[in-house]
Write a protein that binds this ligand. Structure first.
Ligand code: 2X7
Ligand code: FE2
Length: 292
């Protein structure tokens, strides 16, 4: 098992110019794309069966949902950046593992549901992170929604639910015997510009929105590099409130819980901003830890 923080701004796919994406670019956001390159290199050394991902852009307001159809194939258009992301995806789902995590979470009293509509359009967060982690699209995926508990309760309640979902995920994966890479798909600080430059990939205008956002990003990265996962979870309410952090969707807390709230330091593969938001690419190579 390995855990990843793998952010999903569609700009990264746009800048890569894969054949599945309709718009074309002159590149951009290289610091982050080189970070993803280093992550892919690191993952190429391990053999795994499946990607398990939680995306804050699949928003379900009644419980946590799991994609529950073997194959999803369609066009995904980013609602905010249709000029950057019109991506033709063809995705295999590990329905068996999705169902097992669903059942385990249900057994723990969580509100959960399998999403069995074959015409459902998969969100761009799931697609972007999966593409950047594994552009070959040859691994089955378990995709988990964000139940937005912070919106109608609080960040604290959302965290508790994600800790429980993480434990259920871990138990179901262990029982399945499958080797999984778990992806928290989110940016860190998430205050973004409200206008776009004429050339979106013009890097002369790319920077963090404010010093305060930079300080929060660096704090979270240093804590994770130092193995202080529990402290990050403890500080999440302040981080979410002050940095409008995209970890509000629960992905980071879920992933840290699923890999056992590690005290081992994470590897930082890259950091960069995208329309002012802070994004870190990080890896927790649990498979290499003797106590894992
Ligand atoms: O979804 C995103 C994001 N999280 C950050 C920046 C830009 C676009 O999309
Ligand atoms: Fe996002």
């Amino acid at each position: 098992m390995a855990g990843l923080l793998a952010p999903h701004p569609p700009h990264l796919v746009y800048a890569e110019n894969p054949e599945q994406n309709e718009p074309s670019s002159e590149g951009g956001w290289e610091q982050l794309r080189w970070g993803y390159e280093r992550l892919r290199e690191s993952l190429s050394e391990i053999d795994y069966d499946c990607l398990v991902i939680l995306s804050p852009h699949w928003q379900t307001y009644v419980g946590t949902h799991f994609l529950g159809v073997e194959n999803f194939k369609s066009l995904s258009v980013d609602p905010v950046f249709p000029n950057l992301f019109r991506f033709h995806y063809d995705m295999k789902i590990d329905v068996e593992l999705a169902q097992a995590i669903h059942d385990e979470a249900q057994g723990q009293g969580m509100s959960v549901k399998m999403m069995e509509n074959p015409d459902f359009r998969v969100d761009y967060g799931t697609i972007t992170s999966c593409h950047m982690v594994r552009p070959q699209w040859d691994k089955p995926i378990v995709a988990i929604s964000s139940n937005r508990g912070h919106a109608y309760y609080s960040v604290e309640v959302m965290q508790e639910m994600m800790l429980e979902l993480g434990r259920a995920t871990r138990k179901a994966i262990e029982d399945s015997g499958k080797r999984c890479v778990l992806i928290a798909s989110n940016s860190l600080s998430h205050r973004h510009f409200t206008t776009e430059s004429a050339v979106p990939e013009d890097m002369s205008v790319e920077h963090i929105t404010s010093h305060a956002m930079h300080l929060w990003d660096m704090r979270i990265i240093e804590l994770l590099r130092a193995g202080k996962s529990q402290q990050v979870v403890n500080e999440m309410p302040e981080f979410v409130e002050q940095a409008i952090a995209e970890a509000d969707g629960g992905a980071l807390t879920w992933m840290l819980s699923a890999i056992g709230m590690p005290e081992h330091g994470a590897i930082l593969h890259g950091y960069g901003t995208i329309i002012g938001t802070g994004n870190a690419i990080m890896e927790w190579p649990c498979h290499a830890w003797s106590d894992a």
